[in-house]
Structure formats: structure tokens, C-alpha cells
Design a protein around this ligand. Structure first.
Ligand code: ZN
Length: 143
């Protein structure tokens, strides 16, 4: 069943991540240090290398692809909610290589920033916390 709740914009932050940091870890750090429990995130830039997940719906496990090459971040889109009592960033990313070919998927740790500009919007509202969803095997919002 589809479920949703209203949230209210609270504040927007813009910034750039440091060269050589781990993209997912650093976004999580920004959210944690800013006390953001609910929000959305977008970013553009470039990575030195990437690690992207694909959720295999049959095995219910992530398969990870490693791209050990510079690529553009065409678009990163994600959200921030709570998991195990801590802010958790869930983001998907589309990348483009030097030929302009794209790949993308679930952003995983191991994606290293070359340059990255992000916009993070914090919301006020009810807590969105993640727990195991039996139907998919994923950690989804329990609303
Ligand atoms: Zn995902």
C-alpha cells in the first residue's frame, strides 16, 4: 500500500565536498553534523572512481560495480532519513565517462570525489525511519 506524509521545508544548505573524500560517507557526515534527520540531497561534479550497487531482486542482495576511472556526476539524487537512530543518506547517481556514456545506480561507499557541489534541503516533519521490508528485503521507510 502506498503511504506518505507531509513534510515542511526547513532550511537549504549548499556546499562543496573536499577532493579525495568518499562521496557517500561525506554526505552522511554533513547530514549528521548538521543534525538533519529528514531531507533531500542533490549534487553534481566529478568522481575519480565509483562503486555503484544494483539490487538483485531474486537473490535480494546488492551486486556492486567498480568503475576505476574519472567520470562526471551527471546527477546525484537522494534522501536523508533515520536508520538505527542515525541520519542515513540513500542516494542514486548517474555518471558519464569520457565518451559520454552513462551508468548509474545505488551510490555505495568507495566512490571517491574529484569535485562535488551539493544542495541539501532539510525538512521538518514526522520521523521517517528505515526497517526491514519483508516484501523486498530492503531497508525501507516504515510509515
Ligand atoms: Zn538505492
Amino acid at each position: 500500500m502506498t503511504k506518505f506524509k507531509a513534510v515542511t521545508p526547513k532550511k537549504i544548505m549548499m556546499g562543496k565536498l573536499s577532493f579525495g573524500c568518499d562521496l557517500l560517507e561525506e554526505l552522511t557526515k554533513v547530514a549528521t553534523e548538521s543534525g538533519i534527520r529528514l531531507g533531500r540531497i542533490e549534487a553534481i561534479g566529478a568522481v575519480q572512481k565509483a562503486r555503484i550497487g544494483f539490487y538483485n531482486q531474486k537473490t535480494r542482495k546488492y551486486q556492486f560495480h567498480l568503475f576505476d576511472q574519472p567520470q562526471e556526476i551527471v546527477k546525484l539524487a537522494g534522501n536523508i532519513s533515520m536508520k538505527d537512530g542515525k541520519p542515513f543518506v540513500h542516494a542514486h547517481i548517474t555518471l558519464a565517462n569520457k565518451s559520454g556514456k552513462s551508468c548509474g545506480g545505488h551510490l555505495a561507499e568507495g566512490t571517491i570525489v574529484f569535485a562535488c557541489e551539493f544542495i541539501l534541503e532539510a525538512f521538518e516533519g514526522p520521523e521517517f525511519s528505515r526497517c526491514l521490508d519483508e516484501e523486498t528485503g530492503l531497508s525501507l521507510w516504515s510509515l
